[in-house]
Structures are given as structure tokens and as C-alpha cells.
Design a protein around this ligand. Structure first.
Ligand code: EPS
Length: 407
């Protein structure tokens, strides 16, 4: 079942963002959301609050209190199928004050400064960095958290956390023992433990190590990166498609993750480690348990989940597991070598107030951009102008799939 729009394209959910780091506001525009989805504004604002937090953040987050204001697309707490606009105000608005946002001529290695300045034919890096800044991710989180209001209607749960910081890696039994299925209960416990950690990690010992690593980097006027992980539980089998390259859900997830500022790598399930093992140790053998036939996985079970819930670009009923690698922040307290764009003379890179690590924030961003892609694939598969229609399509599909072979 694929729903097609009047112009022949697939009925789809999409979003755009606008706004500069020190401009008036950030905007998130979401199109294609069915009518009648109840919005949990408290949940959306809580995701924005989580994105602002985490050990290692700099001074900016003491200034901002991100919340969404719905400008369009909502009536009395529910979507009405029209485009939805969310506004997040910037308290630190100073873009139009030249003394408060002086030009920056010394590009920071790793930032968008150099390629952006050359691309837009200027020697003032500020014009690029204002949009390249990860401040924009607040608008992406708003879009993803909104999409999760739709996912919640289908019992789909998304969970993100920090897996590693620098050289320290967390061990998380319920996720690492791929032989045990990841249940909603296990996920709730992980969420509780994560929310007690200021580095957003359910492993207490690793959290301690993460904090130590970030503190060391701060003392050395350096910065820290890390690895973040997202799990999605409750997806029906068959989201995404193997029929065209751009409808493969794994490719869409990878693109969404790589589009997060400072991300340099993404892997699904076993990821890069797949390449080292024989097929017999990689592929997840298939079994059937009639007692679980009522679940979205339809009773098909696996003892392992090396595929990370995706086979042939489609969900296979197992949890979707994605990891993303974030490089260390490129604004360093002890600046790296650079070149002054006006004089072409060697010069230290510019320094601006920044974070030592934004890895905790990155886990919130990744969880929400992935949620958006899952919601998009749900809208494509089950379509409908309203939530009620979409739910009927979903129920009908599962009922038909349970009856296979159809006569
Ligand atoms: C960023 C630089 C810092 C970060 C910012 C990303 O901002 P400022 O220059 O205002 O201190 O705090 O991230 C955010 C503002 C945010 O909300 O995540 C950069 O250069 O990318």
C-alpha cells in the first residue's frame, strides 16, 4: 500500500528548518502530518530541554530556554492536516548588531568556516557559521518530537543515549546481549537510568568515565566527541522499501544522521563489524512464536539482531538500532593553526564561546531525526488524510499479514 499525491509523488511527511544561531528565532515547518494527531507539547518542550542539557555544554545554554510556539497547523491541541510551523525564539539575538557579531576572518579547522566563506565569496566566516551552527538542531528536534506524537499512536517508542565519549565506552546488558529481545519494559528501565545521568548514559560507571574525559578535555582547553545510539521499538514489518534506492529506510536514516552537524559516521546494527565476520555469524536466524503473533512483529522472532531491525531497506519487526559518531567540537580553547582569509598569513583559528562537548545533546538530536524518518515511512505505508484513516489502514495491513497466505 503506497499512497500517492496529486503530483504523482508518494504521500509523505517532510520538514524544513530556518534560522540563524544568533538571529531572532528558529523555525520548523512540518508538512504532510495527518489531521487529528493529538500533540503533546510538554513532551516536545521536554525534548528541547534535554537537547540543551548535558555535561560539557558552554555558556549559551544558560541564556536560552527553548520552547515551541505553534504558529500554524494546529487547532485545540490537534493537527488539522495543514502545514505546521513551530517557532523557537533566540534570547541571544544579536545578528543585526555588528559590534556584538564582529566578522571572523580566521577559519576554524573542522567548522564550515573555510568552505562556506569561499563558496559564498566572502572573507567573513560569520555569514556561514551562523547557519552552520548546531543551534539549528533545536528546530530538528522540534520536528522529530512532533513526529513522535504520531508514532505514539502506533505504540512506537524511540530511545537514544550516549554510547561512548572519547576512549570510554558504555556496556549495556539489555542492548549488548543481542540474544535477549529488547522489550518495552527494558527500554523504560534504560530511559530511567539515562535520565539520572548528566551525560545521558544508562551505564553509571561509564557516565563517570565520560564526565572525567570531558573534564580533562576542558582543562586542556580541548574538546570531546563520542558515539550516540538510538533504538526504535514497535515498528511493524515492512516500513521502507527495496524497490527504489531512495525509499530504503536504512539509507534515509543514514542520511538524516549524517546531516547532523559534526557527525562523521553512521552504522546500523552490527555496522562495520559485519565485514569482519562470516555470514553464519552475522545473519539473524528466523523463528516463529504464535504467542507473539499479535505484536507488530507478527510472531517472527530472532535470537540476535545484528541487522539492527532493517533488512533490504525495510523494517523486519526487530528493534531498529543505529549508532552515529560525532567528532569533537571544532572551536578549541587552544586554537589550531589556520590562515587569515584577508591577509593569507598564518594565524591561529578564531575562538568564540562554545561547548567542550555536545555529545549528550547529539543523542537527543539523533533520536529525534530518526523518529522523523520512521514517522515518514509510516505515513508512506499507511497514508490517509486523518489519523483515524491511517489507523484503519495499519490495522487492516496487520490483519492481512497475519492471515498469510491469502486465498
Ligand atoms: C555552536 C556554538 C555555540 C553552541 C552552539 C553551537 O553557540 P554560541 O556561539 O552562541 O555560544 O552553544 O549550540 C547552540 C547554541 C545550541 O543551542 O545547541 C557552533 O558553532 O556550532
Amino acid at each position: 500500500m503506497v499512497f500517492v499525491c496529486y503530483d504523482g509523488s508518494m504521500a509523505s511527511l517532510s520538514y524544513r528548518t530556518a534560522g540563524e544561531s544568533h538571529g531572532k528565532a528558529l523555525i520548523s515547518l512540518v508538512e504532510g502530518m495527518p489531521a487529528g494527531v493529538p500533540l503533546d507539547v510538554e513532551f516536545i518542550n521536554n525534548e528541547l530541554r534535554r537537547r540543551q542539557g548535558g555535561y560539557g555544554r558552554g555558556g549559551r545554554q544558560k541564556i536560552e530556554t527553548d520552547t515551541v510556539e505553534f504558529l500554524t497547523g494546529v487547532r485545540i491541541g490537534r493537527t488539522i492536516a495543514s502545514p505546521i510551523t513551530m517557532l523557537i525564539s533566540n534570547r541571544d539575538y544579536r545578528l543585526d548588531d555588528p559590534t556584538a557579531t564582529p566578522p571572523l576572518h580566521r577559519p576554524r579547522p573542522g567548522h564550515a568556516d573555510l568552505p562556506g566563506s569561499i563558496k559564498w565569496l566572502t572573507t567573513d566566516c560569520r555569514e556561514t557559521l551562523e547557519r552552520a551552527s548546531a543551534r539549528e538542531t533545536a528546530a530538528r528536534v522540534a520536528a522529530g518530537a512532533l513526529a513522535r506524537c504520531l508514532l505514539a499512536q502506533f505504540g512506537i517508542k524511540v530511545f537514544g543515549f550516549v554510547r561512548a565519549v572519547g576512549t570510554v565506552t558504555a556496556r549495556i546488558d539489555s542492548l549488548d546481549r543481542t540474544s535477549a529481545p529488547l522489550t518495552f519494559e527494558a527500554l523504560a528501565q534504560l530511559e530511567q537510568a539515562r535520565d539520572h545521568s548528566d551525560v545521558y548514559c544508562p551505564d553509571e560507571a561509564a557516565s563517570e568515565g565520560f564526565r572525567e574525559f570531558i573534564t580533562q578535555m576542558k582543562q586542556a582547553k580541548d574538546t570531546a566527541g563520542g558515539i550516540v545510539e538510538t533504538c526504535v521499538v514497535g515498528c511493524p514489518i515492512g516500513l521502507g522499501s527495496c524497490m527504489t534506492w531512495d525509499s530504503r529506510l536504512d539509507s534515509r536514516i543514514a542520511a538524516a544522521v549524517m546531516a547532523i552537524q559534526a557527525f562523521k559516521g553512521v552504522e546500523i546494527g552490527l555496522g562495520f563489524d559485519c565485514a569482519k565476520l562470516p555470514g553464519s555469524q552475522v545473519h539473524d536466524e528466523i523463528a516463529y512464536d504464535a504467542a507473539q503473533a499479535g505484536a507488530p512483529s507478527l510472531g517472527f522472532t530472532r535470537k540476535t539482531n545484528n541487522a539492527g531491525g532493517l533488512e533490504g531497506g525495510m523494517t523486519n519487526g526487530q528493534p531498529v538500532i543505529v549508532r552515529g559518531a560525532m567528532k569533537p567540537i571544532s572551536t578549541l580553547g587552544k586554537p589550531l593553526a589556520s590562515v587569515d582569509l584577508n591577509t593569507k598569513q598564518p594565524s591561529e583559528a578564531g575562538w568564540e564561546r562554545s561547548d567542550v562537548s555536545a555529545i549528550a545533546a547529539a543523542s537527543v538530536i539523533m533520536e529525534n531525526v530518526i523518529a522523523f524518518e520512521i514517522a515518514r515511512s509510516m505515513v508512506e505505508k499507511f497514508g490517509g488524510d486523518s489519523l483515524s484513516e491511517m489507523k484503519q489502514n495499519y490495522d487492516l495491513f496487520l490483519a492481512m499479514a497475519r492471515k498469510l497466505p491469502l486465498t
